[in-house]
Design a protein around this ligand. Structure first.
Ligand SMILES: [Zn+2]
Ligand SMILES: [Zn+2]
Length: 184
């Protein structure tokens, strides 16, 4: 069975080099739907707790929320950084606290201190799905991702590939020592 959860990401981006309105900087509320598959955990009676999917995903994905997402070759990138630098917010601000751990993959690099994500490819809804799967595939047994942003939507299904030992009391994944982080 599948446990399914949604989360919102508010971000700004543009399609550098495209024709039309999308070449201008603009913003979206994107909605990501994560579907995790597993057997039903007896007693707990869930495939995986949805609040735990949210927590695991948000820990990384909050770097995309209230963030600017630009392709690595976009000339806006040095321009924006120069302004942030001049303003003294490039390396952080006391009120910029919704930061996940900085990450670097082949597809994207997060700079949480200045709420910036730099991508290799144009950040379409398809591009977002590729990045998200790459970031979460070793923590959650994701079998489908759907991302919608304005009138755009994309989804991708994946093979079930991750076997997680789950706590018989609460259903979350046990740590590497076979201990539940919640129940002990
Ligand atoms: Zn857009
Ligand atoms: Zn537990």
């Amino acid at each position: 069975m599948r446990s399914i959860t949604k989360l919102d990401l508010q971000y700004a981006h543009r399609f550098y080099g495209f024709r039309g309105e999308a070449q201008y900087l603009h913003g979206h509320t994107g909605v990501l739907t994560i579907e995790v598959e597993d057997t039903i955990n007896p007693g707990v009676n869930m495939a995986f707790p949805c609040n735990e999917i949210q927590k695991t995903a948000w820990n990384v994905l909050k770097n995309f929320d209230h963030a600017l997402i630009l392709r690595e070759d976009d000339p806006l990138l040095p321009a924006v950084l120069a302004v942030y630098e001049k303003q003294g917010i490039k390396d952080g601000d006391p009120n910029n606290i919704m930061k996940g751990p900085a990450f670097h993959t082949d597809l994207a690099t997060a700079y949480p201190d200045c709420r910036l994500v730099v991508t290799k490819e144009t950040l379409t809804v398809e591009g977002m799905i590729k990045i998200v799967y790459d970031l979460l595939k070793d923590q959650l047994n994701i079998v489908k991702l759907t991302f919608t942003s304005g009138v755009n939507a994309a989804s991708q299904e994946y093979e079930s590939r991750l076997h997680l030992d789950r706590c018989p009391l609460c259903g979350i994944a046990l740590d590497e020592n076979g201990v539940c982080p919640k129940c002990g």
